[in-house]
Write a protein that binds this ligand. Structure first.
Ligand SMILES: [Zn+2]
Length: 414
């Protein structure tokens, strides 16, 4: 294996954080025709930099290969996610007094799930997203969208035509960009002197504590502590002046940053979160070296359950064909014999097959028709929403199962 170097500080990577074997890109759903062909399996690992403690996946797979027009994730498919975006847009509009003369730029704007709320409020906006399929949907909602990656090259082009942002935001994009220094430099370029940058990303503290190893996938290059993000932002003449802790994706941080010289006053929350990370031992390399044991404990728990259910003649169905489910299914080695199908609400995924495991993705109606004994909820971050939606499995004595942070089996509420 070749040597890998920290994508932020360039130190040589010498310590593994998690090794999940090899698997195809977790969003590369297969058509029936593609099931007759081969699939490329890539190593899936996360390393921790012993110098700056940034947890990162090495550069195995280029995002250009992943975010194509086939990219299956449309943010608007999740109602709770659209609502999350709506609340955010309303909150920042009020806090930073955005109006008809402002400009909101979203990086990773997907199908316009977020910027549509800016359109409703009459605030000019611009989306930037490399995926042509989702960007086309955003355009139909009246959201100007540039189909490209966000780089200093693109920021330079935008500056040339006079585009500068009052608010530059990104939800779950900060972890997806391999050249993090160029990305943050581009944000610095595009922001007005008093402009605000907000980024949301899963918090590594929650990932480790709740064993959310299935959020490790090829599209993710980074798994952040607040301390690491602060270092990266400060290396580009910005500063973090506020942070919020959010329940999304198992526990995320939303940072607020601005130019070093801007007037935004720091809140005490940054120090509070940093102190908590420190108290949990996250500023010592040792913290990162025992995560694999936690992953394998989850693996043994779920596999024991699935094999026992199979031996007893019980049927376990899956729900939620999200990327994180594919990571779990492929690393654990689950196939159709243990999980005959996964139901999902997205019509774009139905009729396709999960990458690697080739388990079929079906409509929810199949659960009603086949009455499985158990429904394994794969996207644990939507556990409440999904178990409420599938409450009817109690009609035939069905139970829910979750694997993470440890095996849990429960009956729907009566
Ligand atoms: Zn480093």
């Amino acid at each position: 294996m070749v040597e890998h170097y920290c994508l932020f500080c360039k130190a040589k990577l010498t310590h593994l954080f998690a090794d999940l074997g090899t698997c195809p890109p977790s969003n590369a759903f297969l058509t029936p025709e593609q099931c007759d062909g081969p699939e490329l399996f890539h190593p899936l690992q996360a390393w921790v930099c012993s110098q700056c403690l940034l947890v990162q996946g090495p550069h195995f797979k280029r995002p250009q290969d992943i975010f194509t027009h086939d990219y299956a994730y449309f943010s608007s498919c999740s109602h709770s996610w659209v609502e999350h975006a709506r609340q955010y847009v309303h909150a920042v509009t009020e806090r930073f007094k955005l109006g008809k003369k402002s400009l909101i730029v979203e990086i990773g704007s997907n199908d316009g799930y977020l910027l549509q709320h800016a359109v409703t409020l009459g605030i000019p906006c611009l989306g930037i997203d490399p995926s042509a399929g989702t960007a086309a949907v955003a355009q139909t909602k009246g959201i100007p969208t540039i189909t490209d990656f966000f780089t200093t090259r693109l920021a330079g082009r935008l500056l040339d035509r006079g585009t500068r942002a009052d608010l530059l935001c990104g939800i779950n994009v900060f972890a997806h960009v391999p050249d993090i220094n160029d990305f943050v430099a581009a944000m610095t370029m595009l922001l007005k002197p008093e402009g605000v940058m907000t980024m949301e990303f899963p918090h590594l503290l929650r990932l480790v504590e709740d064993v959310q190893f299935d959020t490790i996938y090829h599209e993710h290059y980074f798994y952040y502590t607040l301390q690491c993000v602060k270092k990266i932002v400060e290396a580009h003449d910005m500063r973090v002046f506020d942070v919020e802790e959010l329940p999304t994706h198992g526990g995320s941080l939303r940072i607020y940053a601005c130019a070093q010289g801007a007037a935004h006053k720091p809140t005490g929350k940054v120090e509070t979160v940093l102190a908590r990370e420190d108290a949990n031992g996250m500023y010592s390399l040792n913290f990162y070296l025992h995560f694999q044991d936690k992953i394998d404990a989850v693996r043994f728990g779920l596999m024991r359950f699935l094999m026992q259910a199979r031996e007893e003649g019980k049927v376990v169905a899956g729900y939620g064909a999200a990327a994180k489910g594919n990571t779990l299914i492929n690393y654990f080695g689950i196939r159709k014999d243990l999980l005959p199908y996964v139901a999902d609400a997205s019509p774009r995924k139905q009729g396709h097959f999960l990458p690697g495991s080739r388990i079929p993705v079906v409509a929810e109606q199949v659960i009603r028709d086949t009455k499985p004994d158990y429904v394994l909820i794969l996207p644990w971050n939507l556990k409440e929403e999904i178990s409420a939606q599938l409450e009817y499995i109690r009609d035939w004595g069905g139970k829910f199962v979750a694997a993470i942070p440890k095996l849990k089996i429960w009956s729907p509420h009566l």
